[in-house]
Each structure stands twice: as structure tokens, then as C-alpha cells.
Design a protein around this ligand. Structure first.
Ligand SMILES: O=C1O[C@H](COP(=O)(O)O)[C@@H](O)[C@H](O)[C@H]1O
Length: 257
């Protein structure tokens, strides 16, 4: 697992634009190296703002969107098209505006799928298993990029402190009784998150500052799920100044004047 690098931008708007530019470069580089790429999307305020910034950045045309597999890190278990679904937010902000291959967009099942949350989690795990290649050495692909938001309680994806999902070794799990609404969710687990080549944790706002500090500490992942979210090759904490305000100064690389 990689040691995190922290990059700080002036405010949430600049952060979203900077992450968007970085994301475009990451996908272009991965596609140049291998022909295709994979990304795992997050929901949340800055996560969706970042996707909107990708759509607004003229450089997004450099990405071969049809040669991209798009997955989600977690989903709120709500009906298709519900405004609170992470999928709905991502489609409105970005996916409806670029030429993706619908076969390569992999939303987590919705509450109107006819599946129980457990069956939905197993179906998503099966889709990941089918997409994994021998060189991935595991049941899920080595995603080129996995994006995560960060909750004030240090949750990432739908992995909340102390909850059973954090003890689960399966690739995808159903989450019941989430402290943040809605209560029922589907989430990748930490082993799946750690299969990604790059994990970027994106956070903005003073209400995230303590969570950021804890996520960079040596706290255990049961108490601080974000402390267990690390990429195989690279882990980036991409923050605005307010979210970075409680971390030791030596760890920070300021990026915006
Ligand atoms: O519920 C969720 O929350 C987190 C963080 O959201 P934010 O609005 O506080 O930025 C998000 O990363 C996760 O995907 C989502 O389901």
C-alpha cells in the first residue's frame, strides 16, 4: 500500500477544477499505456462537483470515453433515477455529456431492481469478478483510478466507523443502518478499494478537517475507515485549505496560491 501524498488547493471550486484536470490526465495516460482505462466514481458534494468540472474542461475530449470502464465505490439503495443516487448525480454532471459506451458503465443495482441489497451486492461483486483479468491476481480489477469522498465521521464509500462492512472480506457488501441517510446502501469494501492502482480522497470544507487529520494518522480502519483507503501505487489526499487546516504542516504540498 502506498503512503499518502497531500495536495492543497485554495478553495472547493479550485479543488474541483484541479482534480478534474488531474483526472483527465490520469485517464489519458492509462489509455495511452494500455488502450483502455477504468475508474471508480464517488458521490458526495465535491465528488459530483469534480465530475461537473471534468465536463466543463475542454481537455476532456482527450479521453477516449468509449474505452473506459466506469464503476461506483458506493451507492444509496434507492430507485433508479432518484436524485440522491450517486449514479444519478454522475450521469447529470458528466456521463450524459460524454460519449461513454453504455455497456461499460456499471452502476450498482437500484432499489427497484427486484434484488435485495444483499443480492445487489453479490451481483456487483460478480460483475467485478468477470471484469478482473489474470494479471489482477484477485476477484476485482486493478482500477486505474478510484475516487473517494470523505465524511466528517471519516467514512469513505459507504464504510462507516465501527460497522460490520469493515470486517467483511467480500468485494462488495450491503450496508444497513447507515448513520447518514439513506440507511440502506451498497459499498465496495476496503480490500476492493485497495486493489486500485491509485486512490484519490477528495475533501473540501472545515467540517472535514478533523476527518482528514485522522485519515492521515495511524488510526485503524475500523475506527477511521479513511485511514484504510490506500492505493497500490499511489494515494492522494486532494484538499482545499479548510479541509487541510488540521494536518501537520510538513505533510502538505500547497498547490494553489
Ligand atoms: O453518502 C456519501 O457521502 C460521501 C461524502 O459526501 P459529502 O457530500 O460529505 O462530500 C460520499 O463520498 C459517498 O460516496 C456518498 O455515498
Amino acid at each position: 500500500m502506498s503512503t499518502p501524498t497531500v495536495v492543497v488547493h485554495r478553495d472547493a471550486e479550485v479543488l474541483a477544477q484541479a482534480v478534474a484536470a488531474r483526472l483527465i490526465t490520469r485517464l489519458v495516460d492509462a489509455q495511452a499505456a494500455k488502450g483502455s482505462a477504468s475508474i471508480v466514481l464517488t458521490g458526495g458534494t465535491i465528488g459530483i462537483a469534480t465530475l461537473a468540472a471534468v465536463a466543463a474542461n475542454p481537455a476532456h475530449v482527450a479521453v477516449d470515453w468509449r474505452n473506459l470502464d466506469i464503476w461506483w465505490g458506493d451507492e444509496r439503495y434507492l430507485p433508479t433515477g432518484d436524485r440522491e443516487r450517486n449514479e444519478t448525480g454522475a450521469r447529470r454532471a458528466l456521463l450524459d455529456h460524454v460519449d461513454v459506451d453504455p455497456e461499460r458503465v456499471h452502476p450498482m443495482p437500484a432499489a427497484d431492481s427486484g434484488l435485495s441489497p444483499e443480492e445487489a451486492a453479490e451481483a456487483y461483486a460478480e460483475a467485478l469478478r468477470k471484469a478482473a483479468r489474470p494479471e489482477d491476481h484477485g476477484p476485482v480489477p486493478s482500477f486505474d483510478l478510484l475516487l473517494l469522498g470523505l465524511g466528517p465521521d471519516t467514512h469513505v464509500a459507504s464504510l462507516f466507523p465501527g460497522m460490520p462492512a469493515l470486517y467483511d472480506e467480500r468485494p462488495v457488501v450491503a450496508v444497513h443502518g447507515s448513520p447518514k441517510p439513506p440507511p440502506t446502501r451498497i459499498s465496495l469494501t476496503l480490500p476492493t478499494i485497495r486493489a486500485a492502482r491509485q486512490v484519490w480522497i477528495v475533501a473540501a470544507g472545515a467540517e472535514k478537517a478533523t476527518a482528514v487529520r485522522l485519515a492521515l494518522s495511524d488510526a485503524g480502519p475500523i475506527q477511521v475507515p479513511a485511514a484504510g483507503a490506500r492505493g497500490r501505487q499511489e494515494t492522494l489526499f486532494l484538499l482545499d485549505r479548510a479541509a487541510a487546516s488540521k494536518i501537520p504542516p510538513g505533510l502538505v504540498r500547497p498547490a494553489s496560491p
